[in-house]
Design a protein around this ligand. Structure first.
Ligand SMILES: *[C@@H]1O[C@H](CO)[C@@H](O)[C@H](O)[C@H]1NC(C)=O
Length: 200
């Protein structure tokens, strides 16, 4: 009996600890999603750049709905995906930062966002499987093949993946009226449904 109660208490503490971690994360996630609002992405990542500007990034810096979908099919856990998304997003922001001249109007936006991502994954790192380790290794190995992409596209993907990975645990609202544009298309990511949510 006492033993059983001990086990139950232990499980309860585990649940509480997990809830605390996810609630802390949700506060950060809400902050990030506010910063990634459409007006901000358009202004800081497109309007303040030359027309048709393309940034050189590594292939691994592109992490969109398709990637999440195939990683889920490979059996990657949500914790691993969240970790990967945090690392990739921080890398992307560093890549954008590197091309900004000293008095560029997007500088503080990019560095604020980068700092928030930094807070996000100072939390415990999950056990990483080989697939994610390989992606990270390619991301961090210099001199690999690059690809060019518009800066705003990178942050559009960042928000779409945020929504897929956190909307349920963090009760996220649907960002703005341009819903289709800001979210992964319905049914692309297995296991995630586009449940009815309030818009924000
Ligand atoms: C996402 O998919 C693209 C296209 O297949 C690929 O080049 C890129 O490396 C993938 N990103 C990650 C983080 O695996």
């Amino acid at each position: 009996m006492a033993m059983q109660r001990g086990v139950i208490f232990f499980l309860w503490v585990l649940v509480l600890a997990r809830t605390a971690v996810i609630q802390d994360q949700c506060r950060v996630i809400e902050l990030i999603s506010r910063k990634l609002r459409l007006e901000n992405r358009v202004m800081y990542m497109r309007d303040y750049f030359p027309i048709d500007y393309q940034l050189l990034v590594k292939h691994e810096e592109i992490l969109g709905c398709q990637n999440v979908s195939s990683l889920v099919n490979d059996g990657i856990t949500v914790d691993e995906l969240r970790f990967l998304w945090g690392i990739v997003s921080e890398n992307v922001l560093e890549s954008v930062w590197r091309v900004l001249p000293p008095r560029h109007p997007s500088r503080s936006y990019v560095s604020d966002l980068r700092n928030v991502f930094n807070v996000l994954h100072t939390d415990a790192q999950p056990e990483l499987g080989d697939i994610i380790k390989d992606v990270l290794e390619r991301l961090w190995t210099p001199g690999d093949k690059m690809t060019s992409v518009a800066p705003k596209d990178l942050l559009d993907d960042c928000l779409r993946v945020l929504d897929v990975l956190y909307r349920e645990d963090c009760d996220l609202c649907v960002p703005g009226s341009a819903v289709e544009d800001a979210l992964c298309p319905r049914g692309t990511v297995p296991g995630w449904s586009a449940a009815q949510r309030p818009s924000c």
